[in-house]
Design a protein around this ligand. Structure first.
Ligand SMILES: NC(=O)C1=CN([C@@H]2O[C@H](COP(=O)(O)OP(=O)(O)OC[C@H]3O[C@@H](n4cnc5c(N)ncnc54)[C@H](OP(=O)(O)O)[C@@H]3O)[C@@H](O)[C@H]2O)C=CC1
Ligand SMILES: O=C(O)C(=O)Cc1ccc(O)cc1
Length: 466
């Protein structure tokens, strides 16, 4: 099948089609590795392009970066490269592969970076010549996150082992943790993790917008897990809408997950306003036991997120004395855990293949559910007389349903409109970039914390075995 054995291993040309945020990040990293990699003798050259009209600007931007040739379009990249990766919007993958796929160099390897693999693979199978091999990838983090130690999914879809190894060798320069999956496994897991996590944060943003709130300006939202909610929601709204639209709309498993999340939000909200404490509590505790086990008080040292981390990263302008945690129903988190329960998903099983945002979200849920006094306070707030959070919860319920309906409609334009309306609302307050840098620091902390917990678990397993 492959021409890999006859490829000249002293220079490998890597092609990147789509020089947006992810394409540029890959180009810079591979370029550095091509010159400096301590063990790999191969020299990587990079051929990259975006759309024709960005040729001059890109050429100027990369003129000082060693080893990169900017070409006019994907035909030039395809015909000259040994491994070509498409880093375009998921919505545009079919069009791009249809255009440039037939120009692929004889015996080359092709892959993509899109966040949903079913449409990507369908396009490759439809438009690539048969001699072309297919090895795809997906970095499970955004372009501003240090890739080292973050999961990188590799998919051996149609290739020899030798060609697959070559792609792995090229991408070792990212320093990521490789996770080997099929395209179908990838889509199932990312629906469970990414898509539903984004739905929760998008809904928070829409609800704050609908109520005219900027949550970091309100003392009752200025502490603990509220910081995770605010920083991550703003981080998502600071990004491009298509990143979230693509992975939600094009992944069929994602649509079902997002709908379940909206149903969980609605069911719990109805129980809250009807004052049905018994059923509300039964449902929440059953979900908690399913995901986190029977609640025993837990030492903070065992949690993914600890107080000192949660308190540290605040956008709040209120003095710390005014920012003591206030009772909150945490409907967004209760519904997340209920949704995992209804679907029989064990989120910890997915940690190995998760994005930083998913780990932060799981960390927030764990923080609440594994500290019984916090869960008790949250149930009291949800079904008690305090109405402070009811307005927020009402808007949050509307928002969760609206996002689910939007994804279900499969209309990218509708998604874009909803996303950008709220994005503009937050942009005008001027704190998005600050939230991104706070989010980056939170992500660094949770990534280190995940490593510590994994090392401790490995050590315990080792002790058990000896
Ligand atoms: N951003 C993130 O956090 C992550 C994104 N991904 C995935 O990676 C892919 C790229 O994302 P990202 O870099 O953020 O998105 P960007 O929008 O920043 O980059 C995509 C680029 O591809 C260009 N493009 C589209 N069609 C063509 C074409 N036919 N020929 C050449 N260039 C083309 C786009 O141009 P134009 O804007 O004119 O359409 C754009 O410049 C997406 O599929 C995304 O889902 C994966 C992991 C993380
Ligand atoms: O961590 C997240 O969920 C992000 O928002 C960044 C992101 C977006 C799309 C991907 O395919 C992978 C990572």
């Amino acid at each position: 099948m492959s021409n890999a054995s006859t490829r000249d291993r002293s220079t490998i040309s890597v092609g990147i089609i789509g020089m947006g945020d992810m394409g540029k990040m890959y180009a810079r990293r591979i370029s550095e590795a091509g010159w400096k990699h301590p063990t790999i003798l191969t020299l990587f050259r990079i051929n990259a392009c975006d759309r024709d009209d960005k040729y001059e600007v890109l050429k100027e931007e990369f003129k000082e970066v060693p080893n990169i040739t900017i070409l006019r379009n994907g035909h030039y990249v395809s015909r000259a490269s040994d491994f070509i990766t498409y880093s375009v919007e998921a919505e545009h993958i079919e069009k791009a592969v249809a255009a440039y796929g037939p120009s692929t160099k004889l015996g080359a390897i092709v892959g993509g970076q899109t966040s949903c693999k079913a449409p990507e693979m369908a396009a490759f199978e439809k438009y690539l010549p048969e001699d072309v091999e297919i090895v795809s990838c997906h970095s499970l983090h955004g372009p501003t996150v240090d890739p080292s130690g973050q999961p990188l999914v590799l998919i051996k879809h149609r290739s020899s082992q030798r060609s697959f190894d070559l792609v792995e060798e090229i991408l070792t320069c990212l320093g990521s943790k490789i996770v080997y999956l099929s395209a179908a496994e990838h889509d199932r897991i990312t629906a469970d993790t990414q898509a539903v996590t984004h739905a929760a944060f998008l809904s928070m943003g829409s609800a704050w917008h609908a109520n005219g709130h900027f949550p970091w300006e309100t003392p009752r939202w200025s502490s603990g897990i509220e910081n995770v909610k605010i920083n991550v929601a703003l981080r998502i709204y600071s990004n491009k809408w298509h990143v979230y639209a693509g992975l939600a709309i094009l992944n069929p498993s994602a649509r079902a997950q997002i709908k379940q999340y909206a149903n969980s939000v609605t069911d719990l909200f109805k129980l809250m306003i009807s004052g049905n404490r018994t059923e509300f509590e039964r449902r929440v505790r059953a979900a908690g036991e399913f995901v986190f086990g029977k609640n025993t008080p837990i030492n903070q040292m065992e949690l993914l997120l600890r107080d000192e981390v949660l308190e540290k990263y605040s956008l709040s302008t209120s003095p710390p004395a005014n920012t003591k945690a206030q009772p909150n129903s945490h409907l967004s988190l209760l519904a997340m855990v209920d949704s995992w329960h209804q679907f029989g998903i064990q989120p910890y099983d997915h940690i190995i293949c998760s994005t930083p945002l998913f780990r932060l979200w799981l960390g927030a849920a764990e923080y609440l559910f594994r500290q019984p006094h916090l869960l008790d306070a949250c149930i009291d707030a949800a079904v008690g007389g305090d109405s402070a959070f009811k307005e927020d919860d009402l808007e949050f319920t509307f928002a969760a349903r609206a996002w689910s309906d939007t994804v279900d409609s499969r209309q990218f334009e509708l998604y874009r409109m909803r996303f950008e309306r709220t994005q503009k609302y937050f942009e005008e307050r001027g704190r998005l970039q600050e939230a991104v840098s706070l989010g980056n620091r939170m992500i660094k902390t949770i990534s280190e914390r995940t490593k510590e917990l994994e090392a401790a678990a490995a050590a315990r397993a080792g002790e058990g075995a000896s």
